[in-house]
Design a binder for this molecule. Structure first.
Ligand SMILES: [Zn+2]
Ligand SMILES: [Zn+2]
Ligand SMILES: [Zn+2]
Ligand SMILES: [Zn+2]
Ligand SMILES: [Zn+2]
Ligand SMILES: [Zn+2]
Ligand SMILES: [Zn+2]
Length: 1754
């Protein structure tokens, strides 16, 4: 195995040779020789194999160093003709850099494109340039680079405006046209030329070398060793896992090494996996090939001679060197370009650059990357040579593309990817089209690669194999190239450009002919199709071409001659397509209402029909352009209008639309989903512009050239409805004879669809050219109709609108005139709402509505009308007039055939029993009538006085049918229908129509009588009608309001019910309500007289009331009593580092850690939370067992995971589904003991000392090995133990179930808090419980401060309950543990305060968190008190401890208070004089003990300030603790944030408000303690070393600061490299929001082992940084990641929003993102509240797919 060999040592002989080497001498020698080429090659042949590839590892650092000395230095000497360090500097000085920035993008680096000024979206700026550009103030788009590509700053063709940033702004004095070579001496130029020619030739020779065992002539090494490499190459076929597995087998390496090999192969494209003699390497090769050849083609492996590899390594180095050298001077760069493009001996396309390009697909990834980069920094940066390179690129285009299609590497590693750098430059693109016929080349190459054709020569994708599909995907990149070429439209045309463009169009039409009619379908009858035909390929092609087609049309639109020629060519192509079609179809004659027309017999439902008609659609697009550019009116003689056959034009688009209608009608059900999908895409926003929209236009174009009656008859015939309407008595007989319900239903739907189609043909006029509209009218109308459905977010609107090739919808220009923006709150997103005045433009039959959209919009609009108290009619909107070319379309509305159909439907509606019809049908008919009326009204208004309006719809609909049938007129039928009871919903619409008819009649009469026609007259009348209407509506609105109120009352009743059923939803809000109400009740009666005190003998009586709770499982009530059944709270215990002040502290060893004292840095704690839901312990146990059993069954059946881990004791609260992992028993409060005389501090200290001594001796007795001597003295010294019965074993006051629960919770806290296996016997169990109580109190105290909430009364009651149970549990948990061990803890705790010679390892007071000490000592005291019978009250002891610890805390602070802040010096007004003097006195006492370790302090003011602010959190924590432990009511002043809190707090805690009195009043007693604390060696050591001193108050931890602009983060992440794989870019850089570390997530390279399992970087970090809980930001995805443990995780909305109030998860939209502080605070709050795990639980419950993700690999 390769890695096993030790690092090589350079042989000493070589060393001396290297030492004697002189680069200067070598260069001088080179200057003399005649054949420099031979000389340099000899040099390389001699040295390269001695430097490179002497050992198993390629590219160690030493190689680079030697290469620099022996190889590059002489080259540089030769090049400069002097010491390169001065020579290159001179070059750089004389250089006049070009204005191009050319910064090459790293993977993941942010790029910016201006949406207003960029020539196309591929024009981008780097961050530096962007920030210094004008575009910063424009609308821009931000994306992350995929690597490659460079900054376009300074390229005048790339930007319409502001092409330069501040840095690249050219000097006016610069003459940029100057030849950069002018500054160089001819000698220099010649030398430079020589060197570049040789080095580049060498590099090309080596990189394109394909022999494994020999070298090119001139490079054979003098002495050839027998060393080989087994080289593994990258392919995109095999997965990481396959490669890793194979390598482990083949070269017998560890998994880690295999991972490293695989990573390198993936990154560099190759990696040697074995080094040794030939046979050794050959063996590995055969194993690899054998192992990977089974499923696919084997991995590529070569056994290569080490000298070949050595030269290849140096060749790469040489290319790097070239790139580096040309960076000094534009002149050198130009010389290199010249060398590269110089034609070689083989003639055309034989330059070195050509050679490289043509071998591209044979090279490995690393080599390709290096030379591509050199191309970018040389050829593409020099404007002259960029052009020459582009020409060579175009000449080789076909070959390069073919190589690429066969290659299996991604396009980013192919030289073809450089096309974007040239084709998007408009001048180059134009040049390549005219001179290299690029457009034709691209299209032809594309067509050549699609070989599957049917008999007619059309593409056939139906039976595509996977391999063909793969190839097809690669070919698609050609369409991208075509798009680049076309993306900027020419401003002026040369004849040559016209010629070549039209030639390109010809090729394009050839492509289209292969698509016209492809993938045809035939209706399946009887049986369902057996196999869904492949349809996606054809649609992919269509979708990819969509923008190309649009751009072709836009090109045509810029030149009349081109347009005319293109139109002719397209028409010829269409005629050609049709020639094969209509043959054999029988001609028939249709006649109706006195009109007749000839057509063919064709049924969509029986014959082949295709949805792909690109030729027809292109012609439709060009036809509209004829109208839009007025070519049709100005040069009619040049157009082949006479050749047009309207029936031919409409035939295929009509078939396609009929197909859609029939699919809607359910006639094609047996054709499966593939057809449904095709129809879907046909209408979809991605395709419709060049599919559905154009078919409609073609219908409009054809119909405008036909007699409307003829048009409608053909439509009827294709819809297969002709027979229904053509019969003379169709009004009566429809369907009477037809009893097949399905057929009736089908026909009804078809009729609806057909009526809709007629509406669209007449009504869709918003395409410029069809109607007389402005460019932005169309988009406005789209937006209005989207917003008529509902208010929408920006991204939703963008998705609903078609994008152009620049990814723009044009929405921004118009959105503000049609919509108003509403900002989002902390959740949700910003929404656009339709402006009310735009609602009248609503068209229910908008052609882009899907059926679902239509019904949603109808509902929304009717609701709106109801709210406004308007009538319910939704009449058609006013329409813009048609362009002249399409003007005749309006006549469809008043033609006989249509009126006949309208009359028939109305007649059916009058007699609904007489036949089948549908309300939708009637609704459409009414809409059409409305359109006719509006058209007439419009024309009347716009007509000039002498012009008679020929459009007379009112007349036509008033005319009854002719004899003999004498059918009723449409108008008569409508009047008849007005009162039909079964048409209630349509009444408003009918009324609207009748009103319109009346108003038009009046208008006509007015026009007829006087010429002074005034629109106001008719308006006046309308208004009168309106007024009457308004009054009526007002009355109705009032009634509606009353009805609403009644409903509201009913609703609130229902809501109450709902709340009961959905408790968890309302829990939070209700709790907040309760929290305020219940506490106000609780303090009002007691607070009136005596001040409240929560600790000590004077403590107030607890609210003595029976506490009765209800079990959520069995609903029974239960009183909380020590001797009753246990009630428990669902609880979640977790380890926490949220409050840690020291994240560097290494995690402790769980087995041996002693948790008795918490360090003040709070680096690890145990937090307990609860949802507050109470159960019987036995109910909970039963529930948990059921969950366990269910889980076991589930895991056996299907290996799905749940959001909770039952094996770990986790379950979901049965009521609120909150994640829990244990339960806390509820215990009754302790009763206050009202004993009389209590000992003072001195006496108590004595008693306590005696008790401790007694315990010491008793415990020693328990120990098997005692030291007799000590035992005796102890017995002697403690006579006063008669009140302390050390041998008395107290009875536990608790019932058996409570005892059991005490063990349960204690064990759970122990297990989770220490991360150990449960062991209820472990003496650390009670310690962990006390610690958790203290930590939880501290965490809640911090939360209250952070949120500016008062100490009491603002907590939700679930937290109050949780704290009470925790405190009471803590005081009771000793009963479930061994008494001696708890007493042992007590003794050690006390010893930290009162030095005890018998306890050896007490920590110094600087290393103790005082609240933890207070809580632990108070809670552990119970075990001692149980043996005391002296009448000493617990209260007194609590108070003494509290006072002592308070003093200790003050001392702790004085020792750590920093040096005085001079600026803050301030004399207080005497109010706190006393405190200041006292504190100075205390401080000076400390100084006497510690001497110079403490700095001198002049004033007490600063000290007192420090102590007072520092001690507050401790006091507040103590107040919370004693309140919950003792159940004392809280003073009302602490329920608000009013001044005077300090005094109230001190009072409540039974403290003097001058805390120093605690010390001064007991000076003599405390002095020895003080001395004891200070003399602890730890104190002096810490102070002198200045070790980690935590300063008080401890600030709350925050999540890290995030930059306002998201791109700053992207930039930061893009320069982040994977810490494990040497400078490689990380694929998923992820930021820890807790500590700010950047991690390389979701990648093999950074996996580490955690508890015997491989985990990703995030999970590993989570355990170090967050004790198992992590909050991350995935920078590339713009997504927050929550992790908990190894198995839980979820994604969370990031705190970054765009200007539209939306997040961009996945960074797909590219709108600039800015930090939303509100949302970030919300995430921070989740973290501080310890709710992250809970949040994950809820997310996973809501979305099961989250459960399946392997979170540990992130
Ligand atoms: Zn730049
Ligand atoms: Zn710039
Ligand atoms: Zn701009
Ligand atoms: Zn119960
Ligand atoms: Zn719950
Ligand atoms: Zn990594
Ligand atoms: Zn971290």
């Amino acid at each position: 195995m390769a890695a096993a060999e030790s690092d090589r040592e350079v042989p000493s002989a070589l060393c001396t040779e290297f030492l004697n080497f002189s680069a200067k001498d070598t260069a001088l020698k080179w200057l003399q020789v005649t054949d420099l080429y031979k000389e340099v090659y000899q040099h390389l042949a001699r040295y390269v194999p001695k430097i490179y590839c002497l050992g198993p590892n390629l590219n160690p650092q030493s190689e680079d160093l030697l290469a620099q000395l022996l190889l590059q230095a002489p080259l540089e000497w030769y090049l400069c003709g002097e010491d390169p360090s001065t020579g290159l500097a001179k070059l750089e000085q004389n250089n006049q850099p070009s204005q191009l920035c050319g910064h090459v993008f790293r993977v993941g680096e942010p790029t910016y494109s201006c949406r207003e000024c960029a020539a196309d979206p591929t024009c981008v700026l780097c961050m530096q340039c962007f920030l210094g550009s004008v575009h910063k103030e424009h609308r821009y788009r931000m994306t992350t680079s995929g690597g490659g590509g460079f900054c376009d700053c300074g390229d005048t063709e790339a930007w319409k405006k502001g092409p330069y940033c501040q840095k690249h702004e050219p000097n006016i004095s610069d003459s940029c046209q100057e030849d950069p070579l002018a500054h160089l001496s001819t000698d220099m130029i010649a030398r430079c030329y020589n060197v570049f020619a040789i080095v580049l030739k060498y590099a090309v020779d080596m990189l394109t070398w394909d022999k494994e065992d020999e070298l090119p002539p001139g490079l054979e090494p003098p002495d050839r060793g027998d060393t080989y490499y087994c080289m593994l190459f990258n392919d995109e076929v095999h997965t990481y896992e396959q490669v890793i597995y194979t390598l482990q087998k083949a070269v017998n390496c560890t998994q880690k090494e295999a991972v490293s090999f695989a990573t390198t192969v993936d990154r560099d494209g190759r990696k040697s996996v074995r080094f040794g003699d030939f046979a050794f390497c050959e063996q590995a090769k055969s194993v690899i090939v054998r192992n990977t050849s089974r499923q696919s083609k084997p991995l590529r492996v070569q056994v290569m001679h080490s000298s070949v590899v050595a030269h290849q390594c140096f060749a790469l180095k040489a290319l790097h060197w070239l790139g580096h050298v040309i960076g000094y001077s534009d002149a050198l760069r130009r010389i290199l370009c010249q060398v590269g493009l110089e034609r070689g001996p083989e003639g055309e396309n034989s330059s070195l650059v050509d050679t490289l390009m043509l071998c591209d697909s044979k090279m490995w990834k690393g080599a390709r990357n290096v030379y591509h980069q050199l191309f970018m920094s040389s050829l593409l940066m020099d404007l002259k040579y960029k052009k020459l390179f582009a020409i060579q690129f175009a000449k080789n285009y076909e070959r390069l593309q073919s190589d690429y299609v066969k290659d299996d590497h991604d396009r980013e590693f192919s030289v073809t990817d450089l096309s974007v750098q040239m084709f998007t430059v408009p001048s180059l693109a134009r040049m390549l089209i005219t001179e290299e016929n690029l457009m034709t080349t691209i299209i032809r190459t594309f067509v050549d690669h699609l070989r599957h054709r049917d008999l007619q020569g059309r593409f056939q994708f139906e039976r595509y194999t996977a391999q063909q599909a793969f190839k097809f995907r690669r070919v698609q990149s050609l369409i991208g190239d075509l798009k680049y070429v076309l993306i900027s439209r020419p401003t002026e045309w040369s004849d040559q450009l016209r010629e070549k463009f039209l030639e390109g169009l010809d090729t394009f039409l050839e492509l289209f002919k292969c698509m016209q009619g492809m993938d045809p379908v035939v209706r399946q009858v009887g049986q369902h199709i057996e196999m869904e035909p492949e349809w996606e390929a054809a649609f992919t092609l269509q979708m990819k071409l969509t923008h190309i087609i649009s751009m072709m049309q836009e090109w045509c639109a810029t030149d009349e001659r081109v347009l005319i020629e293109a139109y002719k060519k397209c028409l010829t192509a269409l005629t050609h397509c049709h020639s094969g079609f209509t043959d054999g179809e029988q001609p028939i004659t249709l006649s109706m209402c006195g009109h007749s027309v000839d057509t063919i017999r064709y049924c969509v439902s029986q014959e082949k029909v295709s949805i792909h008609l690109p030729v027809s659609r292109l012609l439709a697009g060009l036809h509209v352009l004829l109208s839009k550019m007025e070519v049709a009116y100005r040069f009619p003689e040049q157009l082949p209008l006479s050749e047009l056959s309207p029936p031919m034009l409409i035939e295929h688009p009509l078939r396609c639309l009929v197909l859609c209608a029939q699919v809607h009608a359910g006639m094609w059900r047996r054709n499966g989903f593939s057809l449904v999908n095709q129809i879907y895409y046909y209408h979809n926003v991605k395709c419709r512009v060049e599919m559905f929209d154009k078919d409609l236009i073609m219908l409009q174009a054809g119909a405008s050239m036909m007699d409307p009656n003829h048009f409608l008859m053909i439509v009827l015939s294709r819809f297969e409805l002709y027979h229904i309407f053509s019969s003379a008595d169709c009004r009566k007989s429809y369907n009477r004879e037809n009893t097949n319900k399905d057929v009736v239903q089908q026909n009804n739907t078809l009729m609806e669809e057909m009526l809709h189609l007629i509406m669209m043909v007449v009504g869709e006029r918003f395409e410029a050219g069809v109607g007389q509209v402005e460019g932005c009218d169309e988009i406005k109308r789209e937006i209005i109709h989207q917003l008529c459905i509902r208010p929408m977010a920006h991204s939703e609107l963008v998705k609903a609108l078609p994008e152009n090739e620049n990814k723009e919808t044009g929405m921004e220009r118009v959105i503000d005139c049609v919509a108003s923006f509403k900002k989002p709150g902390v959740t949700g997103r910003g929404l656009y709402e339709l402006r009310p005045e735009c609602a009248k433009q609503f068209n229910l039959y908008f052609h882009h509505y899907s059926r679902a959209d239509q019904s949603k919009a109808e509902e929304a609009q009717r609701k709106l009308k109801r709210q406004n108290g308007e009538d319910m009619a939704l009449p058609p909107p006013m329409l813009p007039p048609f362009s002249p070319l399409f003007a005749s379309l309006v006549n469809i509305l008043q033609c006989d055939v249509l009126l006949g159909m309208l009359g028939a439907v109305l007649q059916w509606a009058v007699e609904p029993s007489g036949g089948h019809w549908s309300e939708s049908m009637l609704q459409r008919v009414l809409h059409l009538i409305g359109m006719g009326l509006l058209e007439e009204q419009q024309q009347l208004k716009n007509s000039s006085e002498d012009h008679d309006v020929s459009f007379n719809f009112t007349l036509k609909i008033s005319r009854p049918g002719e004899a003999p049938s004498n059918t009723a007129s449409v108008l008569a039928l409508l009047e008849n229908l007005q009162n039909a009871p079964h048409l209630e919903v349509h009444k408003d619409m009918i009324r609207w129509i009748l009103k319109m008819v009346a108003s038009i009649k009046t208008m006509r009469e007015l026009t007829a009588s006087t010429y002074t026609v005034t629109a106001s007259g008719s308006h006046g009348q309308e208004e009168m009608v309106c007024d009457k209407d308004k009054a009526e509506r007002k009355r109705k609105a009032e009634m509606a309001r009353l009805r609403r109120e009644k409903i509201m009352a009913q609703m609130s009743e229902m809501q109450r019910h709902f709340i009961n059923e959905n408790k968890e939803l309302f829990q939070q809000s209700l709790e907040e309500l309760y929290a305020s109400t219940s506490t106000s009740l609780e303090h009002s009666p007691t607070s009136s007289d005596a001040a409240l005190v929560c600790v000590g003998p004077r403590r107030s009586r607890p609210r003595e009331k029976r506490q009765v709770v209800t079990c959520i499982l069995c609903q029974e009530e239960q009183e909380i009593r020590a001797d009753s059944k246990a009630m428990v709270l669902a609880a979640f215990v977790q380890r926490s580092t949220v409050m840690s002040k020291n994240r560097k502290r290494p995690p402790h060893d769980p087995e041996h850690y002693d948790p008795l004292f918490m360090h003040p840095d709070l680096s690890f704690g145990t937090h307990t939370g609860s949802c507050g839901h109470i159960m019987h312990s036995h109910c909970w146990q039963r529930y948990f067992e059921a969950v366990q059993a269910k889980e076991q069954r589930r895991q056996q059946r299907l290996r799905v995971h749940t959001s909770y881990d039952v094996g770990n004791g986790e379950f979901l609260c049965p009521l609120c589904e909150c994640l829990s992992n244990t339960v806390i028993p509820l215990l009754p409060g302790t009763k206050g003991s009202n004993s009389c005389e209590q000992p003072g501090l001195g006496q108590w200290l004595k008693i306590s000392g005696q008790q401790i001594k007694a315990m010491h001796s008793a415990h020693r007795k328990l120990q098997p090995v005692g030291v007799d001597a000590v035992e005796e003295t102890v017995e002697e010294q403690c006579p006063a133990t008669e009140n302390f019965r050390i041998d008395y074993t107290p009875m536990s006051p608790y019932s058996s179930t409570i005892k059991e629960m005490l063990t349960t919770f204690g064990t759970a806290t122990y297990k989770v808090g220490l991360k150990v296996h449960p062991n209820e016997q472990d003496p650390r169990v009670p310690i962990m419980c006390w610690g958790s109580c203290a930590y939880t109190i501290q965490s809640i105290e911090r939360l209250l401060v952070d949120e500016d909430k008062p100490l009491f009364g603002s907590l939700p009651c679930r937290q109050d309950d949780c704290l009470s149970s925790l405190a009471r549990f803590g005081s009771a948990c000793w009963t479930a543990a061994s008494q001696p061990s708890v007493q042992g803890h007590y003794i050690r705790l006390v010893a930290a305060l009162i030095p005890d010679p018998q306890v050896e390892t007490s920590p110094c007071i600087l290393d103790i968190d005082m609240l933890h000490l207070l809580v632990s000592v108070v809670l552990s005291y119970g075990s001692v008190h149980s043996q005391d019978s002296s009448g000493l009250s617990v209260d007194a002891v609590q108070l003494h401890f509290f006072h002592l610890i308070t003093v200790a805390h003050m001392v702790q602070m004085l020792l750590t208070s920093g040096p005085e802040e001079v600026t803050m010096e301030q004399e207080s007004g005497g109010a706190e004089r006393e405190e200041e003097e006292d504190i100075c006195a205390l401080y000076n006492t400390l100084r006497t003990h510690l001497g110079s370790s403490l700095p001198e302090v002049a004033s007490g003011w600063h000290l007192w300030r420090c102590v007072k602010t520092g001690i507050l959190p401790y006091l507040r924590g103590a107040a919370l603790f004693f309140h919950h432990l003792n159940g004392v009511p809280t003073p009302p002043e602490l329920h608000a944030l009013c001044p005077g809190q300090w005094e109230v707090l001190c009072g409540y805690l039974s403290l003097p408000s001058n805390l120093l009195q605690l010390y001064h009043s007991q000076k003599e007693l405390l002095e020895p303690l003080l001395y004891g604390w200070c003399s602890h060696p730890g104190v002096r050591q810490t102070l002198q070393e200045g070790g980690v001193l935590v300063s008080f108050p401890r600030e709350s931890n925050s999540l890290i600061d995030l930059p306002d602009d998201y791109s700053a983060l992207i930039n930061q992440a893009s320069s982040f490299t994977c810490p494990k794989s040497g400078g490689d870019k990380s694929r998923a850089p992820t930021l820890c929001l807790v500590c700010g570390s950047m991690l390389c997530s979701q990648s093999y390279c950074c996996q580490t082992e955690l508890d015997g399992e491989d985990v990703g970087a995030c999970t590993a970090h989570t355990f170090a940084c967050g004790a198992g809980v992590g909050i991350f930001l995935r920078v590339r995805e713009s997504q927050v990641l929550f992790l908990s443990g190894k198995t839980k995780g979820c994604f969370y909305a990031p705190p970054y929003l765009d200007d539209y109030g939306e997040t961009d998860q996945g960074l797909r939209r590219g709108n600039p993102l800015h930090l939303c502080r509100q949302r970030y605070r919300k995430i921070q709050k989740l973290w501080r509240q310890h709710s992250v795990t809970e949040e994950i639980g809820h997310a996973q419950e809501a979305n099961q797919t989250l459960v399946g993700i392997d979170w540990q690999h992130l």
